[in-house]
Write a protein that binds this ligand. Sequence first.
Ligand SMILES: [Mg+2]
Length: 367
Amino acid sequence: MRIDKITLTWVRVPLVEPFRISSGAVAEKDGIVVEVASDGLRGYGESSPMAGSFYSSDTPESCWNALTASIAPAAVGRQFESLDAASSWLDALPAANFAKVGVETALWDLEAQRRGMPLHKLLGGQRNEAESGLAIGLYDDTADMLRAIERHMAEGYRRVKIKIERGRDVELVRAARKAFGDIPLMVDANGDYTLEHVSIFQQLDEFGLMMYEQPFAGSMLAELAQLQGMVCTPVCLDESLETVADVRRAIELKALRIANIKIQRVGGFRNALEVYRMCRDAGLGIWVGTMPELGIGCAQGAALATLEGCTFPTDVESSLRWFTGDIVDPLIAVDRGMLRAPSASGLGYRVDPARLERYHVAKWESQ
Ligand SMILES: [Mg+2]
């Protein structure tokens, strides 16, 4: 595998409505589309941190700088024995996972095209579809949250995740249970709580939730393990799982029963698969999260979610759930709560040049 050329396009797509969680809000989605040309083929990846240090300290600006100044110039012209060798080389670079992931995942697209197989098969997926779950941000008014759930549930999503924050938790869950009964329901705190708030999670235990996603900050693994010892509902980790070493430590400490694997956070498919295997071998529940990414990243997430053992619905939703448009053709679609994996080779979605042009903020090409 030789990397002949890399083209980067920074795009910005307006959201349908602002997305708010315990740590901030965004109204636009930034993503960096990475096109890698190799041996006559073109593979696509996406570097997709949220603006404003939303779920991590990485931003579109920091990833753009890392990709244009170091990663892409270092990669172009290199020849690798295998996909695994290329991925290992990238992993060792001194750059952020959110920057590397765009190149790493483009190489998987190339490899799948070269072998004439769909990406999800290359990843080891046994199924041709994955369950999709609905994620709902924070609203000032609980009635607005309930309306949003109702509106989107019509598309058949297989579970509902609501965001909570200090002071806005038990009431939100009670309202959702009252309005929608015994639906598969979970909460995501994005790390807003501490051990002082254990009683909140003990109260939430009464509502039969699927999981508590990231109750405490990412680094608080010992405290998360303590919490898991004091509540019945499984603790799921997201922000805590940035590296393979983090995941190993979290498992050793028994800080989680469920893992939300994000391809972006761990820097690509190679690490995501390693994390997946570790979690599966530890008997944990697994699902695939999103930032959410634009269409390339969402298609990748849906492909990973076809693996056996991804026991909970993914956060990958339809393109038009969050975005006023998308860069892939066709758009990501959820049909009766399911995402179907394309049967074409590679990613299986065309990256539309006209849409890249429409949404582009900056462009960079290697020599
Ligand atoms: Mg989360």
